[in-house]
Design a protein around this ligand. Structure first.
Ligand code: ZN
Length: 311
């Protein structure tokens, strides 16, 4: 089956200040990796821009308005909207296109057009809580994609697996009281944003956190993934698996101290595809979150996408 990849040049126009880790070069590095002939079979599409209404699937209207008010108008201006979150004139458009790509990918897998898809987008989204932009994120694209799968396609049980090295506090916040969504996260702890302890379980054990200590590598990650994430997924039997695919647990990443290698993302992807084969008609949608070392990101995302293509 074909793997679809959503991209859009607008993602290069969301600008952050010099030296900021979440920068357009991340996608440029990924694009260079995707030039390899192995990726030629990818079905590459332009991500569509979502309507602003889509944001209301996971956020109150006030949050949308608050973000809109902070987007600068003057070309070249980069405004700090929160501790480490910045906006440039095209940032809203870029965020809406990340959401539009994720929603289109959900449509694709729910209608059986393709079995899986990857969205190479920025800004990321998993730190955005219901009413809070933070950690480079304005809106929680993966949460919006999950709600879209439920509202438009009748998905009953959506699983979100977040292997970004930072805890997906925003996704946890949005689904804390919603047992129709299982949220599983592996992440370094302690580390930004500070949440993600094992005893944070949601209203009906629908939140599964697997914190990892600094300096651990593949063995600890795989053990936590098997014992916590895969066990929970098998109990939940999802209709659809969404992946918050951050690649900052790679050993080269400057923002964290977990020592994964590219092959670990191949392995984790393969395990999730097995679960999707068992319960979810192979449906997997993966959305880029973090990953701040250009080489580590390109290598890891390459392994991940290549495994999706073998599905
Ligand atoms: Zn991260």
């Amino acid at each position: 089956m074909t793997t679809r990849l959503y991209e859009n040049p607008i993602f290069l126009e969301h600008l952050t200040p010099p030296g900021h880790p979440e920068r357009p070069d991340r996608l440029r590095a990924l694009n260079v990796a995707l030039e390899h002939p192995n990726f030629a079979p990818l079905d590459r599409r332009q991500a569509p821009q979502a309507n602003e209404d889509a944001i209301l699937l996971a956020h109150p209207e006030e949050h949308l308005f608050a973000v809109m008010r902070q987007i600068p108008e003057e070309e070249g201006e980069i405004r700090q909207i929160e501790a480490d979150t910045y906006a440039s004139p095209k940032s809203l458009q870029s965020a809406l296109t990340a959401i539009g790509g994720a929603m289109a990918a959900v449509d694709d897998v729910m209608t059986g057009d393709v079995s899986n898809a990857f969205i190479a987008a920025r800004p990321p989204g998993h730190h955005a809580e219901k009413a809070t932009a933070m950690g480079f994120c304005y809106f929680n694209s993966i949460a919006i994609a999950a709600r879209h799968a439920q509202r438009k396609h009748g998905a009953e049980r959506v699983a979100i697996v977040d292997w970004d090295v930072h805890h997906g506090n925003g996704t946890q916040d949005i689904f804390w009281n919603d047992p129709s969504v299982l949220f599983c996260s592996t992440h370094q702890m302690p580390l930004f944003p500070g949440t993600g302890k094992r005893d944070e379980t949601g209203i009906k054990n629908n939140i599964v956190n697997a914190p990892l200590s600094a300096n651990v590598g593949s063995d600890h990650f795989r053990e936590a993934f098997k014992s916590r994430v895969l066990t929970a997924l098998n109990d939940f039997s999802p209709d659809l698996i969404l992946i918050s695919a951050g690649f900052d647990a790679h050993h080269r990443d400057p923002l964290a101290q977990i020592n994964l290698v590219g092959e670990d993302f191949d392995w984790a992807t393969g395990r999730l595809m097995e679960v999707a084969d068992k319960f979810a008609g192979n449906r997997v949608v993966s959305l880029l979150e973090g990953g701040y070392d250009l080489e580590g990101l390109a290598e890891s995302a390459g392994f991940h996408i290549m495994r999706l293509m073998k599905g």
